[in-house]
Design a protein. Structure first.
Length: 242
């Protein structure tokens, strides 16, 4: 069986690496210097790191200069950058800094024509982040809903989207386990690659997600379980390899 790609997450609020519970502002737990977190993950063997500017996602500020410095300094791994990518300038600036992939979230719902243009222009360098609550897609840091998941997938598939980051916001940061049923349904609905996000709590969860690789799950993002010591990145990478 093909390996699952394991992607550690570094979420940034006010210049610090944090984890939230269910994406709710005010639930931050501080895990220190984001640059050090990224360096530690890369040293431990991560091939990809998922970095999120949560202040930009919530529309309350930006950590972009810090993230830009971190991205441009990383060697030996790819960075997927997310949070506040809502226009051509911010997207191209992220790519110019060295991000291998940019994750478009809110703008994919609010600016469908622009999103389609960016997908056409940049192809696999664009991932669409769909934050799911039930069968709705949440936007603006998960505080509002803006469309049906299945209708949104169909529209973005028509635009040529090659990859979705699917987050069950009710499980993100909870260590409650991934929503395997949702991921299976998404895989059945789209030919695109799927990156699973939210809820990973154990090596058993990683192995369960690896079972979905033949269906279309390409990678899994994990954050809180790593920071809380549920397992090491080396252990997680081994479980993802099988």
């Amino acid at each position: 069986m093909e390996a699952l790609q394991l992607v550690p997450a570094v979420d940034v609020v006010n210049g610090r690496a944090v984890r939230l519970v269910r994406g709710e502002a005010g639930t931050e737990h501080d895990y220190g210097d984001p640059a050090q977190a990224v360096a530690n993950f890369v040293q431990a063997g991560a091939q990809w790191v998922h970095m999120v500017d949560l202040d930009a996602a919530f529309g309350r500020g930006s950590n972009y200069q810090l993230l830009e410095r971190i991205v441009s300094s990383v060697r030996g791994a790819h960075i997927e950058l997310s949070g506040g990518i809502r226009d051509t300038e911010s997207l191209e600036r992220a790519l110019a800094a060295g991000a291998s992939r940019v994750n478009i979230g809110t703008a994919a719902l609010e600016q469908p024509q622009w999103t389609a243009q960016m997908i056409e222009r940049y192809g696999s360098q664009i991932a669409i982040g769909l934050d799911v609550r039930g069968e709705d897609v949440a936007i603006h840091g998960w505080v509002r809903t803006a469309g049906n998941l299945w209708e949104t997938l169909a529209r973005l598939d028509d635009a040529g989207c090659q990859r979705y980051v699917i987050t069950d916001v009710t499980r993100d940061g909870t260590l409650a386990g991934p929503n395997v049923e949702l991921l299976m349904r998404v895989c059945a609905a789209t030919p695109a690659h799927i990156v699973a996000s939210g809820g990973v709590s154990s090596l058993a969860d990683i192995r369960a997600l690896r079972e979905l690789v033949p269906l279309g799950v390409e990678a899994a993002i994990t954050g809180k379980a790593l920071y809380s010591g549920a397992f090491t990145l080396e252990e997680a990478l081994a479980a993802a390899q099988g």
